[in-house]
Design a protein around this ligand. Structure first.
Ligand code: PLP
Length: 455
């Protein structure tokens, strides 16, 4: 085992960490955690500290840590055939089997899945597919994509543009001109406190209609949204939101991309977030939950309607000019097959409904009356606490106050990992699906104590 100070030096000198304050880390001002193991809902670091990971890594280790079924499937695949590509109609048993398993779990109108590596590249693929689709249909002007403020769709050039969080645009010259943003379906943050939920949904519709009218419907190819806003604050949509938005999209022939990188394969308590909220997407993005992060793999699930146009395109223009070396990598595919099987065999989605609901109930018992807790919300195995300066009149903290990170730090010192969401005043939970009620109790009481320490 490497000496700790040696590792710390290499880390500071050589490792460019994502989403990190680079200068502070290089100066050794941020605590460096080196994670060495994991089992169930717990991770362990090099000092032997065990932490209950109530965010499942980055809401991705859905079946929990240490699943030998998936590790064995990966090892068996690596021994048998570590790699072969999937270009020009080639496949492996694992990738073809996984494609069938994904389509069996997707809404009925979906028939094909293209495999990538992560959520960002899958959304990149999705935007290209919509552009190709409209070019084949002879509508070269119909290219813009509408996204929502507070949406998160990745951090590439197009996907960072789709992401509606300023942090991901700042100093990167984003968003690109092809992306326009509309209001987030975030009822708790509505401007007018007296507005009913139904009126707020109508307001979202009106703002979307105004944006479409301003840009011109003939210039807009697609609308992308997470069934439940994730990184933007873990916000389930207000009642009736998706029905109302889809009616507008249909009226203007705008295709819907449901970004299910977080919600796909059970997190909402339904197999797919789309079906949970009655969405009828044309394309679905999947990643994290596809393999529970045991190997990198993502997918773009495509509806029959889109697929028929793609086929027509290749008949007219030749093979589709899109593909990665690692598309449908057999090791990722083997992990995916074992992971989806485990989710079924252990009835983990049912546990998301019962234990996820129990977690929110316990958080409410601990903190529902706290004067700085404005909202406790979630669905399935997702929960968030939003802090407010004053509950009466819903007065928000200045984002610079960063109360979320303060609570998250206190929580970690009590042995539980929650995530301070990028806005600064929201603490998020997305535990592995195997969370037990006893473990939910641990999260809730540690959170109660951590919040009372800060306020
Ligand atoms: N879409 C959503 C909804 C996400 O939450 C994320 C990542 O958190 C992404 C896309 C990007 O995925 P990746 O980080 O694998 O590129």
């Amino acid at each position: 085992m490497m000496k700790n100070d040696q590792l710390d030096q290499w880390d500071r000198e050589n490792f460019f960490h994502p989403s990190t304050h680079l200068a502070k880390h290089a100066r050794g001002e941020t605590p460096a955690r080196v994670v060495t193991g994991g089992s169930g809902v717990y991770i362990e670091d090099r000092d032997g500290t065990k932490l209950l990971d109530a965010f499942a890594g980055l809401y991705c280790v859905n079946v929990g840590y240490g699943r030998t079924e998936i590790a064995d499937a990966i090892a068996a695949q690596a021994h048998e055939l570590a790699y072969y590509h999937s270009y020009v109609g080639t496949g492996t048993e694992a990738s073809i089997t996984l494609a069938k398993m994904v389509i069996d779990r997707a809404p009925a109108n979906m028939s094909k899945v293209y495999f990538g590596l992560g959520g960002s590249d899958a959304n990149e693929t999705n935007v290209k597919l919509l552009w190709y689709y409209n070019n084949v249909l002879g509508r070269p002007e119909k290219k813009k994509i509408i996204s929502r403020w507070r949406g998160y769709h990745g951090s590439g050039l197009v996907t960072g543009s789709l992401t509606g969080l300023e942090l991901f645009h700042k100093k990167f010259d984003l968003p690109l001109a092809q992306v326009v943003h509309t209001q987030a379906p975030y009822y708790f943050r509505r401007d007018d406190l007296d507005m009913s939920e139904a009126d707020f949904v109508q307001d979202c519709v009106d703002k979307l209609q105004a944006l479409i009218a301003r840009e011109g419907p003939d210039t807009i190819a697609g609308f992308i949204g997470e069934p439940v806003l994730g990184t933007g604050g873990i916000v389930p949509p207000p009642q009736g939101y998706w029905d109302a938005i889809q009616a507008v999209l249909k009226e203007h022939d705008i295709l819907l991309i449901a970004d299910e990188v977080v919600t796909g394969f059970g997190r909402t308590g339904s197999m797919m977030g789309s079906t949970h909220y009655g969405m009828e997407p044309d394309i679905i993005t999947i990643a994290k939950g596809l393999t529970s992060a045991y190997a990198p793999l993502s997918g773009s699930i495509v509806s029959d309607k889109v697929w028929r146009v793609l086929e027509q395109g290749t008949d007219e223009f030749g093979p589709i000019g899109h593909g990665w070396t690692y598309s449908a990598h057999p090791i990722g595919a083997a992990a995916g097959v074992a992971n989806l099987k485990l989710i079924d065999d252990l009835n983990l989605i049912e546990n998301n409904v019962s234990t996820g609901g129990y977690l929110r109930q316990r958080l409410n018992e601990e903190l529902g009356d706290h004067p700085n807790v404005g909202d406790i919300r979630g669905v399935g195995m997702l929960a968030a606490i939003e802090f407010v300066e004053k509950k009466d009149g819903r007065q928000f903290f200045d984002p610079k106050t960063a109360v979320g990170p303060a609570v998250a730090t206190g929580l970690a010192s009590r042995g539980v990992i929650g995530r301070a969401m990028p806005q600064g005043d929201i603490l998020g939970f997305a535990p592995p699906f195997c969370l037990s009620k006893d473990e939910a109790d641990i999260i809730a009481s540690a959170t109660g104590a951590a919040v009372r320490d800060v306020f």
